[in-house]
Design a protein around this ligand. Structure first.
Ligand code: FPP
Length: 244
């Protein structure tokens, strides 16, 4: 077992595109839903690991705005799993001091899920542990467009001088306002895409594509990814330290 990397080198914010549930299930001749069920166990294990090693921010891509295009039965099964997860895991998250946030478009989700989300956010609002964010009915382009709309409206109404629009101001209008930008974005299942996830926020993130299907991604795989992250040299557009 690989030990957790030492604290100073840990990413402050890890974001994960949890991909491969369907292929995991297909390989076992199981329905896709079984992959999502196994995926929830992986969510639980990775959240526990992140809490145990004091990752400050963990953001999980749970449902994209494009996922509504999936068959109604699969969407229904996923919604059922969110309900179960929030019902079964909230007490533990509260106990661990997690602050839960959901980013995305809330207008399309069913009323009881919206209430559950609001309840989870309210219950954990003053917690000081991990910021655990679920991207749910989330799309990065729509998030940026909504921020642009808001700023354009303020400018049109004379409340904002367009010349004062900076990247920081745009960031402050995104769902993730208040969270640091991700240092590390992991995507499981071997696919190499961002799929509309944290597009603005990931400008300088280290991208890590791992072959493991999400249901098989547990504590050890998470620690391995963090370990690999510590070996990356981050330059943010500057020169490597040795050449500076
Ligand atoms: C991608 O796998 C995964 C999703 C669309 C949903 C992610 C959901 C979970 C991990 C379970 C529920 C989560 C919570 C927070 C309760 P895929 O279905 O696209 O896999 P495939 O690419 O192999 O078909």
């Amino acid at each position: 077992m690989v030990a957790a990397p030492c604290n100073s080198t840990l990413p402050r914010h890890v974001a994960i595109i949890m991909d491969g549930n369907g292929r995991w299930a297909a390989k076992r001749h199981l329905p896709r839903q079984a992959g999502h069920v196994a995926g929830v166990n992986a969510v639980r294990e990775v959240v526990r690991a992140a809490c145990d090693i004091d990752i400050e921010n963990l953001t999980l891509y749970a449902f994209s705005s494009e996922n509504w295009k999936r068959p109604a039965m699969e969407v229904g099964a996923l919604m059922g799993l969110f309900r179960l997860y929030f019902r079964n895991d909230m007490d533990e998250l509260v106990e661990r001091g997690a602050r839960v946030r959901i980013i995305g478009n809330r207008s399309r989700v069913e009323e009881d899920i919206r209430r559950m989300i609001e309840d989870a956010e309210r219950r954990t609002l003053s917690n000081a542990g991990i910021n655990l964010t679920f991207a749910f009915d989330y799309g990065g382009q729509e998030e940026i467009a909504a921020a642009a709309r808001e700023l354009a409206r303020a400018a049109a109404e004379g409340r904002l001088d367009p010349e004062t629009i900076t990247p920081e101001l745009v960031s402050s209008r995104l769902f993730t306002s208040g969270l640091p930008e991700p240092d590390l974005v992991i995507r499981t299942s071997g696919e190499r895409r961002l799929s509309n996830f944290l597009l603005w926020q990931s400008a300088y993130a280290e991208l890590m594509f791992v072959e493991t299907m999400w249901p098989d991604f547990g504590r050890q795989e998470f620690l391995d990814a963090l370990d690999k992250f510590t070996q990356r040299e981050r330059r943010f557009g500057a020169l490597p330290e040795s050449a500076a």
